[in-house]
Design a protein around this ligand. Sequence first.
Ligand code: SAM
Length: 282
Amino acid sequence: MKTDYLGAGSTHREPMTNYYCTPGRVYHGTRWMFLYGRQTLIEQVGIRPGDRVLEIGCGTGENFENIQRLLAGSGELIGIDCRPPMLQKARERMRQSGWKNVRLIDVEYGKETITRGRTDVVLFSYSLSMIPDWRMALACARSELWTGGRIGVVDFCKPVNSSKWFADWLALNRVNINEPYEQELSRLFRKTWHLRYDAWAGLWSFYVLVGIRNASAVPATPFRPFGRAWFREASRAVIVCWAPRLIQALQRYRELPPQALVPSIVNDVRAFSHQQQQDDIT
Ligand SMILES: C[S@@+](CC[C@H](N)C(=O)[O-])C[C@H]1O[C@@H](n2cnc3c(N)ncnc32)[C@H](O)[C@@H]1O
């Protein structure tokens, strides 16, 4: 029962560690009052004996007992968290229960995959909304799973008719409910279970979503201009579409007399933009 230490130096880790400020302590001490749906999630995600289960943002390991019951002492449970005090508590829990199939990893999740397609079930239990680059974290989670592997998420969501007070209170605790998490999950996975619930007579809401990683490619997402993906796609476009045309044009220009060079270039540029417009119309 050891803790693995991966990747030091993070941007999100420090504020997360300062989370034990006053509101954080209150949040932590009272979370049993509002972290609903965790058991439902574990039941719905279909954990089987022998599975490898990855819980991202496992905290003190509150979900471990329910997961272990379904694993029946087999398979592997990997708990990931970026806050050592939480992992310390999870380690104590492991020691007390004598679990031998649990591994803890101290890492800020969302930059790279850990098991690279060798996981059966990935869980985010009230952790996705705490991860600033949550889209990247979901993309990593998808690559943890083999085709047919399942993802389960339980988290807060925006209540339909509620005031802002709960969202503001959550924001104080580094929880952001104003992002389209369910939409992105539906894009990345084939949903098999998705419900929204109201808690405390609609004071706030939470969702439980279970999905499967299927073999098909993920639909394209609009990517950030000047981000890494943008540069990759732009250079690919230049190489694939423009380079052959450019080489052809240069070969032709070499054979032209100097006085014909400028009109020929102007002509080519016009023809090219006309072609682009035609392509846009069709
Ligand atoms: C509200 S707690 C939930 C703990 C547990 N999953 C549960 O349901 O009781 C959220 C946990 O996610 C962890 N967390 C937040 N962002 C993380 C990240 N990028 N990588 C790893 N853990 C993260 C926090 O440290 C915290 O322990």
